[in-house]
Design a protein around this ligand. Structure first.
Ligand SMILES: [Zn+2]
Length: 122
């Protein structure tokens, strides 16, 4: 039993580390960045031969199978979208890791598991 207590303590510590240092939850967005170069269609334009117009950056998100939403990002919004996408990945990765730790804690049947809410409020 003492062995389990030591294990549980380490898991609680790991969970604390994972839960802290995350970006603001309000600043996340799911999706991916797509860069496009457009051809305007004028035969005389440089884009008919060489590189198309652009780059144009889009945030593309799949809402349901076969349905996507695309947002053309301004120069100002591009780094914001990049940051929010990164935040989303970090939250998702943390959720998976915390979930794995909690599965182990549930297996160990740690009595304190349901009483640790106050420790994670920040
Ligand atoms: Zn053109």
């Amino acid at each position: 039993m003492r062995k389990n207590n030591g294990r549980a303590k380490k898991l609680f510590e790991r969970r604390e580390i994972l839960a802290s240092g995350l970006p603001a939850f309000a600043e996340i967005v799911r999706g991916s960045l797509v860069t496009r170069y457009r051809r305007c269609g004028k035969p005389s334009c440089h884009c008919a031969q060489g590189e198309g117009h652009g780059p144009a950056h889009y945030l593309v998100v799949t809402l349901q199978p076969g349905k996507t939403e695309q947002i053309l990002l301004s120069e100002e919004m591009l780094p914001v979208a990049q940051q929010f996408l990164d935040n989303y990945k970090r939250w998702w990765a943390a959720a998976e890791k915390v979930s794995a730790v909690n599965r182990r804690l549930l297996r160990l049947r740690v009595p304190a598991l349901g009483k640790s809410r106050r420790n994670t409020s920040h």
